[in-house]
Ligand binder design. Structure first.
Ligand code: ZN
Length: 309
């Protein structure tokens, strides 16, 4: 299969307004889609990203009011890293500190500086100031100057108990290549190491088993260019007896799902058609977007959802 890197990452939150304020105002991402959880239309599905929510930039949330916190640990994506310009780490450290958000500078990782912090639900985020070329343009933001903006995903870190099994799936079926190891962390990339393609595997026997809940990642989605490439991926996973779902039309992309050997839920999603299929780029996120089958219930659904403004 030909994966192009990370497509989106979906995590669990509690209060949707707090989540919305943090990702749009504090981090300066664009709110690109206001939709509902297709399996639970009484709750939101919120999407943040660059100006259009391009694949590789979209962080999405299922915010469930009152959701208890999960526990970060093995079998989970334990950190979500965004790419920022090499000179922008000091800006972010000052900005987050000024806003009362605790930051932790981490030791350089494969030559890049890393700043870690958590979102209001405890989700671990990292900003990686990288010298590697990254032509992706941050979303326009009234709060964050564009030169310091988040350019999209840098990498995800998976905590695995059986690194060999996960690495085998990544390298033999998914086309990833091992590029570097430092300590207990090994980095894999695809698509010639394109920005937003890295998956780091971390082995830490001291970590507990992860528990799903607010502040944890729900799944990691990888990009394929089109429907044909998704069929290739589906066939390759079936041949490997990985237990892959049928193809599901998510309106903004088509998806297949499977669980990697350490328990992290993976998805492979198409680049097309993208978030501008049901509203214009200029107005993305301003209106509740519903799949056609839920349109007849729009009034009830809108009345039940809390305000984000
Ligand atoms: Zn997804």
């Amino acid at each position: 299969m030909q994966l192009l890197g990370l497509h989106h990452i979906t995590a669990i939150a509690s209060d949707p307004k707090v989540n919305h304020d943090f990702y749009t105002r504090v981090l300066g991402l664009r709110f690109v889609k206001r939709s509902v959880n297709q399996d639970d239309p009484g709750t939101y599905h919120l999407y943040y990203g660059d100006e259009v929510g391009a694949p590789g930039t979209a962080l999405t949330f299922f915010p469930w009011q009152g959701m208890r916190r999960g526990r970060s640990g093995n079998g989970q994506a334990i950190a979500t890293a965004f790419s920022i310009a090499a000179g922008s780490l000091a800006y972010w450290q000052q900005r987050l500190t000024r806003l009362g958000i605790a930051t932790t500078p981490l030791p350089a990782r494969f030559g890049d500086d890393v700043l870690a912090f958590t979102d209001p639900d405890g989700l671990t985020l990292e900003l990686i100031a990288t010298n590697q070329p990254d032509p992706r343009v941050p979303a326009p933001s009234a709060d964050v100057p564009r030169e310091h903006g988040l350019r999209g995903f840098h990498s995800t870190t998976l905590a695995v108990v059986d690194a060999a099994a996960t690495a085998d799936l990544l390298t033999t079926v998914m086309g990833y290549r091992r590029v570097a190891t430092a300590g207990n962390r090994t980095r894999y990339t695809v698509a010639a190491g394109a920005p937003g393609s890295a998956v780091d595997l971390v082995v830490d026997p001291a970590l507990p088993r992860g528990l799903s809940g607010a502040g944890t990642v729900h799944h990691i989605a990888f990009r394929v260019a089109d429907d044909a490439q998704q069929l290739v991926a589906h066939a390759a996973l079936e041949e490997r007896a990985v237990g892959v779902s049928p193809i599901i039309d998510r309106a903004y992309f088509k998806s297949i799902y499977y669980r990697e050997p350490s328990g992290v839920l993976f998805e492979i999603a198409t680049d097309q058609p993208g978030f501008a299929i049901d509203e214009s780029v200029a107005t993305l996120g301003t209106r509740l977007s519903l799949p056609p089958r839920l349109e007849p219930q729009r009034a009830e659904i809108e009345a039940a959802l809390p305000s984000l403004d």
